[in-house]
Ligand binder design. Structure first.
Ligand code: ADP
Ligand code: MG
Length: 219
């Protein structure tokens, strides 16, 4: 599967390089600059789809280390803000300075947050407001991601974590299934509440002290 990733990513990197050069040579007033930007965004999107497909086909084993969840979440928020630059969307982050370290795979939890944030961005209509908040509740570190987007019809809720379930024309339906799998491998859980037309709230619970031997290590 890693070979397949290279087969797709290498030509894409080639295209991205050419686009970069073309973009640099365009006069500042050229209308083609917009097209260059579109192509760059589409390349980012293809890369993400390839990552999601590969991650689904062959999950990476967790690499768990004690670390500050505030930092992991902050990195994902910064990346999501970049993705939302062209839209009237604000993403607020409330860290929890008192949060104990959490044993987690920071790359994979980063992926979880990014998937939740991209969904929140895509659900936003008009002025989007997305809130990310870290908290501690009993034996869990908690990450709350809420948006004021279109919401999820109650009859869709049972389906949203299923692989390949999507209501988007260009969705893969893999984001939430990956997110849930990663969180469950950390012995945590994801809860969702949503109100149609008002917004959605995803809450990730990660235990501070999962029994070490019990954290799933894929083979
Ligand atoms: N924040 C959200 N607001 C509204 N709907 C959402 C949100 N997050 C997820 N969904 C719904 O869940 C579906 C599955 O999400 P996901 O697994 O990330 O796949 P994709 O984003 O590719 O559609 C989405 O197509 C959408 O219908
Ligand atoms: Mg998604």
């Amino acid at each position: 599967a890693a070979g397949l990733a290279h087969e797709i990513r290498n030509p894409l990197a080639g295209i991205a390089g050419v686009i970069e050069i073309i973009g640099r040579d365009l006069p500042p007033t050229s209308t083609a600059r917009g097209v260059v930007k579109d192509v760059r965004q589409e390349i980012t999107r293809i890369n993400r789809i390839v990552s999601d497909l590969l991650e689904t086909a062959r999950p990476r084993p967790l690499q768990v280390r004690p670390g500050d969840l505030n930092t992991t979440v902050e990195h994902a928020v910064m990346l999501a803000r970049q993705q939302a630059l062209s839209k009237p969307i604000t993403i607020d982050l409330k860290k929890d300075p008192a949060l104990q370290e959490v044993n987690h795979d920071s790359d994979q939890i980063h992926q979880v947050l990014l998937n939740l944030l991209l969904n929140a961005i895509q659900a936003s209509e008009g002025k989007g407001s997305i809130q990310v908040e870290l908290q501690h509740r009993d034996e869990n570190a908690v990450i709350v991601v809420s948006d004021n987007g279109r919401g999820i019809p109650p009859e869709h809720l049972p389906n949203i974590f299923r692989p390949f379930y999507t209501t988007k024309g260009n969705g893969t339906g893999l984001g939430l299934s990956l997110a849930r799998r990663i969180v469950e491998e950390h012995r945590g859980r994801i809860e969702v509440t949503s109100s149609l037309g008002h917004g959605s709230k995803f809450v990730v619970f990660l235990p501070f002290h999962p029994p070490a031997a019990e954290i799933a290590q894929n083979d």
